[in-house]
Design a protein around this ligand. Sequence first.
Ligand code: GLN
Length: 190
Amino acid sequence: MKIGVLALQGGFVEHISHLQSLQVDTFEIRKKTDLDREMDGLVIPGGESTTIGKLLKELDLYDDLKAKINQGMPVFGTCAGMILLAKQIEGKSNASFGAIDIVVKRNAYGRQLGSFFTEAEFKGIGKIPMTFIRAPYIETAEKNVDILSVVDNHIVAAREKNVLVTSFHPELTSDNRVHQYFIERIILKR
Ligand code: GLN
């Protein structure tokens, strides 16, 4: 199995080490020719969604990745990655990949004091540690979306078919069970 990790900006290194701890081969996606490689799944890390979105277009990666996601390639987006995968971003008309039927609120916990740590239930896994950094949350999810975790009445993890998103950063804790979930429940069950 080979998973491509979008490596334009943000926290991609931590995703790579979590995937490697699960014996998965990874490669970084930085330019168009990287997409010629065989890819069983894609990870879009946290960072700054506007910057990553801009680079996706400038480097001409956007159309090819969107096509792959639409064709059912498994994709896991954390934080900024979740924003880039959402159908709608509150207060903005141009979402990015529009791959999961949710409305996301950016910087939903505030810009400066919006970073915190908690532990909460993740459907199908159990209680897991969660690190939030200027995180978005999901305001609404359509009924075809499976809600996987709720913290303080806000949806912080969800899945629709091949698309998994979390508001928090599972790659920043030592717990790799969300990555394992992505591999076992989404990639291997295709
Ligand atoms: N606030 C960032 C954004 O809007 C996301 C933060 C993160 O990925 N840690 O893109």
